[in-house]
Design a protein around this ligand. Structure first.
Ligand code: NDP
Ligand code: GDR
Length: 328
């Protein structure tokens, strides 16, 4: 039986990936941090078959201990401080977890592999944020990085370190450069979920307005359930490599508002949206568009859920959660 270890098991992608690997017949293990992690009950409810292990990406010996206990065939390093806006106020902790945490995990894997560097296959969750103030449109695997936030700088470090471990030690280490992907499980701090939740509440009269930042930012938004399949496909390849995963379609935050409010029949959302400078970033990434043709050609991967469907799915899920008074 194949065994997989997932860091970031409590996050959006960790949960989808765990479900997907369990369905494929894997034994799934997850790294969980903190002495009383508030998301543990959620993981235990949604994916009760997953074995949880205490550990932290900033604590190298905890990672080595978990590697020894699990002896995985595949490691998916999804753990990170992942909220870009937060990373300016917490640049050091972001660097420690999102940057150096990758090195800690790579070292734990390398040491565990011993004489056989390919004993464990490693996936690193890299990000389109690394492209930042983009050098070319669309962005592909060869596009130079120009990160614009402490988060993006940390991801660039993890990305290059993954490539370096592959080239230096011959490890089966792959990096997925994933563009924004969303779902009803997205954290409420991210713009899609913030909007879907607010729209559900506004349509039910529970809230009047939503405070927003830059409505002109544009992102290539896909569905998280589709994207975790690409992660798995990367580790099934005979050779490790880097892949951009994206839809190739870009939409503005304004279009997101159109789609979300439109779904509940509100065509003029202006009265409900308040611009609040608190949500503007010290340096913005204006437009991201991915070229996933390599993933399409080599992995035979393509996204299944389109932007409109994704927004409708998220608003519907928030309507259900609000009606049941049990937000995810
Ligand atoms: P989430 O923010 O939902 O999840 C992040 C996970 O990292 C949580 O499980 C969190 O645990 C864990 N974590 C945080 N700090 C530590 C730590 N010190 N040690 C161990 N684990 C820790 O992110 P997503 O699921 O959305 O994303 C998964 C990965 O993919 C992240 O690395 C993210 O940066 C990257 N990514 C995401 C994209 C997206 O659009 N979603 C796009 C490109 C890359 P806890 O619950 O305890 O805080
Ligand atoms: P992002 O996602 O920074 O792209 O990182 P987020 O949803 O936070 O922002 C997307 C864009 O929307 C603009 N925006 C707002 N954002 C938030 N959160 N709240 C607002 O009120 C708001 N108003 C406008 C932002 O300025 C930005 O331009 C996500 C994370 O999952 C990263 O971990 C991941 O690496 C990248 O996607 C790819």
């Amino acid at each position: 039986m194949q065994r997989a270890l997932i860091t970031g098991i409590t996050g959006q992608d960790g949960l989808y990936l765990a479900e997907s690997l369990l369905a494929k017949g894997y034994e799934v293990h997850g790294l969980i941090r903190g002495q009383s992690n508030p998301k543990r009950p959620l993981v235990e409810r949604l994916v009760p078959e997953v074995h949880l292990h205490a550990g932290d990406l900033t604590d190298q010996s905890s990672l080595m201990r978990v590697m020894a206990a699990v002896d995985p065939h595949e490691v998916y390093n999804l753990g990170a401080v992942s909220f870009v806006a937060f990373s300016w106020e917490n640049a050091r902790v972001t660097s420690d977890v999102t940057g150096l945490g990758v090195l800690n995990m790579l070292e734990a894997v390398r040491l565990h592999c011993g004489d056989d560097p390919r004993r464990v296959r490693f996936y690193q969750a890299s990000s389109s944020e690394m492209f930042g103030n983009v050098y070319e449109v669309p962005q592909r695997e060869t596009t130079l990085l120009r990160p614009r936030s402490p988060y993006a700088v940390s991801k660039a470090y993890g990305h290059h370190m993954t490539i370096n471990y592959r080239e230096s030690y011959g490890m089966h280490a792959s990096s997925g450069v994933l563009f924004n992907h969303e779902s009803p499980r997205r954290g409420i701090e991210f713009v899609t979920r913030k909007v879907s939740r607010a729209v559900a509440r506004i349509s039910m009269g529970r809230q009047q307005t939503i405070a927003m930042g830059n409505l002109d930012a544009q992102r290539d938004w896909g569905f998280a359930g589709d994207y975790v399949e690409a992660m798995w496909l990367m580790l099934q390849q005979p050779e490790p490599d880097d892949y951009v995963v994206a839809t190739g379609e870009t939409h503005s935050v304004r279009e997101l508002l159109d789609a979300a409010f439109g779904h509940v029949g509100i065509t003029d959302w202006q009265p409900h949206v308040v611009l609040d400078p608190a949500f503007l970033r010290p340096a913005e990434v204006d437009v991201l568009t991915g070229d996933a043709s390599k993933a399409r050609a080599v992995l035979d991967w393509k996204p299944k859920v389109a932007f409109g469907e994704l927004v409708a799915m998220m608003v519907e899920a928030d309507l259900v959660a609000e009606k049941a008074d049990s937000p995810y």
